[in-house]
Design a protein around this ligand. Structure first.
Ligand code: ZN
Length: 291
């Protein structure tokens, strides 16, 4: 069984004209990251049928459709309405995490998303969406999500690395503060948590971060495959989740159209994980987290 806990779905009118759509919606970070005007982007696109075909080709049973870290509440609501149609069309294959603007009306946004069939929140970005552990709206959302057992997926930028366009910092200490303030919140930090797993070697911090999980979305863009084994050594297999970042082209040199199979095959053959570890990574941990 395979559950991909980190994919993105976009409304059809956005896919038709990404940059124009972004400018019309005042989503400048997204425009520059995903539809840059000065260089070819690595974003790929899919519609519902293309995505289900990619899942079938890679034997992915279920996928989490994440929203995006939009800078406007209205964009978040529009995205959720569009994604809800995908969820309704393939309820047994797709799990929805809502796009939430974390600086206003969060409870209303969350209740609206729940009514549409969503089961979590994300992907959020504290740097782009301008919030922190101290923001009252974040705290209200963390409390609501803890009570509903909804996970929140947050983008984590690598703490050190080469400069690349659109890399906005997400300070690790803020994630620690979030976990301290909401110990029951299931916090999923994308992209291996931007390096936070290293600091779990501190026993006090490990306790604070006991409900923090790490996904491996887009890892081939950043790290060698031995990172999987090293993450197991750092935090244990139970905290690691498989996510691809589909339809991002995570092998930009060779992958002209988005697909899921290559990354999964690479994990199977190059990660060094045992079969039991792979079972937990690929589905077991996320299934437990969501139940
Ligand atoms: Zn991300």
């Amino acid at each position: 069984m395979i559950i991909d806990c980190h994919t993105h779905a976009y409304p059809a009118e956005l896919v038709a004209a990404p940059r124009k759509w972004a400018l019309a919606h005042c989503e400048m970070h997204w425009a520059d990251l995903v539809a840059p005007k000065d260089r070819p982007g690595i974003q790929g696109w899919s519609d519902l049928d293309t995505m289900l075909a990619a899942m079938d080709a890679a034997a992915v049973d279920q996928a989490v459709l994440l929203g995006w870290y939009w800078e406007n509440e209205s964009t978040c609501r529009q995205q959720n309405a569009a994604v809800a149609q995908w969820l309704a069309a393939a309820p047994e294959r797709l799990i929805g995490f809502a796009a939430i603007y974390p600086n206003a009306n969060v409870i209303d946004q969350l209740e609206n998303a729940q009514a549409l069939g969503f089961r979590g929140v994300g992907e959020l970005h504290m740097g782009v969406q301008d919030f922190s552990a101290a923001s009252p709206h974040w705290q209200a959302m963390a409390e609501w999500c803890s009570a509903q057992a909804w996970p929140i997926n947050c983008h984590a930028t690598e703490t050190a690395g080469h400069e690349h366009p659109g890399a906005i910092p997400t300070p690790l200490q803020e994630f620690v503060r979030m976990a301290e303030a909401a110990p029951e919140l299931k916090l999923i930090l994308a992209h291996w948590g931007g390096g936070l797993p290293f600091f779990e070697q501190n026993p006090k911090l490990r306790k604070t971060l006991r409900n923090v999980y790490y996904d491996c979305a887009a890892s081939p863009l950043l790290y060698e495959m031995r990172v999987f084994k090293q993450m197991v050594d750092l935090v244990g297999i139970d905290k690691l989740l498989f996510g691809s970042d589909y339809p991002l082209r995570i092998y930009p040199r060779s992958q002209k159209t988005p697909e899921m199979a290559r990354y999964i095959e690479s994990i199977r053959t190059e990660s060094g994980l045992t079969q039991e570890e792979q079972n937990k990574l690929m589905s077991g941990n996320f299934a437990r987290l969501l139940s």
